[in-house]
Design a protein around this ligand. Structure first.
Ligand SMILES: O=S([O-])[O-]
Length: 483
């Protein structure tokens, strides 16, 4: 692969691409350590020729010259023979395509024959640097990932590096790529991160809400037929003492009946940002005729997909820390290194879960079956419900089979949440569209545990315990985790 790595790259860094007021020179320094950057103000020359389409020239160029020639030869080719319906979207912009779900999704869609562009500010990698965290798995730079993908499959994924909160950048990106669908993963996605301190709470809500608003305005202004597939969260609903419906509930009140948005009871500044997004999207569907699907996703586990397993440079990230790590992934890594599984409080917290292979399948299904103009669809995107105690028991059992001595401890719950509660959430709409779930099985747990064992020398056990308390959030900037 070495020959693929030597091309020099030009990247536009948007001046607003800075979390928590970080000075631009710090961003440059961080990024410059991994690849060459040209930061001249003059318009960047695209290396990717766009054939017969005239496009603005000042967005990104992270694609290498030899790749671009092939792109220009067939700018709108969707190579998947199974997708013959020309009304289906062909060009998909994956915002946040360098992240955990975004990367797996971008590769999956590219493999399925969609023309894919990744839009990402790379701020997720910066969070790791700032908080002293790291993925269990070594991950390649986005540029090397894309070169590797091209080398293996012959498929090009375009790359636009910048911040969607910068509307000028987003407009250029939209006009350059001309998406038929936008999959929006580009949000700060950690509840604990949003509860670290005031500046992270503000960053989360500004980044998420304004980013989504900009996407809505970009669709209205430049691509009104474009279908927005937005990653929401099951956490928007909270844990009500009644069944959770998919987005809407029909209520009879004082003799009158209406179907209304399902009540939202978010439990962190992050979850609240998703509620605000849902409201903004619903409103613009009504007011402007935007077509949108809100995917209220459950907790994602797993790491491998068909595509990310093709080469080590395509490997996805796997977070096990107390800020970004998700429950089952964290437990598997804890079991692999002999750390007791950290159950928060009583462990009766129940949520919907899904395998990352189902995340990519669900997004594809949503794109292939778009919402109608003006429709705001909501799908609950998970396949099974588990309590934290149930997950701990499953990991203990699977660990035993591999000869691991797995213990569980209850740690004081850093969150404010019900630890024992009713939970029954509907999740039929994606199944109706054809989702074939990968349910949590012994073999998946085996493979996740073996994966964690393979990389266990990379584990920094200081990252494992929760370090962010919902109650202790304050205005003073916090440095975490400093256990
Ligand atoms: O890449 S993310 O979603 O942590």
């Amino acid at each position: 692969m070495a020959h693929l790595l030597s091309t020099s790259l030009s990247v536009k860094i948007s001046s607003s691409n800075r979390p928590c007021g970080q000075p631009l020179n710090q961003v440059r320094t961080t990024l410059a350590s991994s690849f060459t950057i040209k930061t001249s103000k003059s318009p960047f020359k695209r290396l990717v020729s766009k054939g017969d389409r005239t496009r603005k020239s000042c967005v990104v160029l992270a694609t290498a010259a030899p790749v671009s020639k092939e792109v220009s030869a067939n700018p709108r080719s969707g190579s998947d023979e199974s997708r013959s319906d020309s009304s289906k979207p062909q060009r998909v912009m994956v915002i946040g395509g360098d992240g955990y779900c975004g990367w797996a999704t971008a590769l999956h869609l590219s493999n399925k024959g969609y023309e894919v562009a990744i839009v990402d500010s790379l701020v997720r990698r910066l969070f790791d640097h700032q908080l002293g965290l790291d993925s269990l798995t070594p991950i390649s730079s986005i540029h090397n990932r894309l070169r590797c993908w091209k080398a293996i499959t012959g498929k090009t994924i375009e790359l636009y590096i910048g911040d969607i909160c910068d509307f000028e950048f987003l407009s250029e990106t939209f006009n350059s790529f001309e998406p038929d669908a936008v999959v929006h993963f580009g949000e700060q996605r950690s509840a604990p991160y949003s509860m670290i301190d005031r500046s992270r709470a503000l960053f989360t809500q500004k980044n998420n809400v304004i980013g989504t608003l900009n996407v809505l305005f970009a669709i209205k202004e430049f691509r009104e037929e474009c279908h927005l597939v937005k990653l929401g969260t099951m956490g928007e609903y909270g844990t009500p003492n009644i069944d959770i419906e998919e987005g809407y509930i029909t209520i009879t009140h004082n003799g009158r009946t209406d179907t209304l948005p399902y009540p939202k009871q978010a439990s962190s500044f992050y979850h609240l940002s998703k509620v605000h997004d849902s409201n903004n999207i619903a409103f613009t569907c009504k007011a402007w005729g935007i077509r949108a699907t809100d995917l209220n996703q459950g907790v994602v586990y797993g790491v491998k997909t068909d595509e990310t397993s093709m080469h080590e440079q395509l490997c996805n990230r796997l977070d096990y820390d107390g800020v970004f790590g998700t429950a089952l992934n964290r437990f598997c890594v804890q079991a692999a290194v002999g750390h007791p599984l950290t159950v928060y409080g009583k462990g009766g917290q129940t949520r919907g879960y899904l395998d990352i292979r189902d995340t990519v399948q669900c997004v594809e299904l949503a794109i292939a079956n778009p919402a109608k103009p003006g429709e705001f669809r909501v799908f609950n995107q998970f396949t099974e419900q588990f309590s934290v105690n149930e997950l701990a028991a499953l990991v203990t059992k699977a660990g035993k089979k591999l000869g691991l001595d797995v213990q569980t401890i209850s740690v004081p719950n850093p969150r404010v949440e019900a630890e024992e509660h009713y939970y029954n959430a509907k999740h039929t709409k994606l199944i109706e569209l054809g989702l074939k779930p990968h349910l949590l099985s012994d073999s998946l747990l085996d493979s996740l545990l073996n994966f964690a064992i393979e990389f266990k020398d990379r584990v920094d056990t200081k990252q494992i315990m929760p370090s962010v308390s919902w109650k202790k959030i304050g205005v003073k900037p916090q440095t975490v985790p400093a256990n």
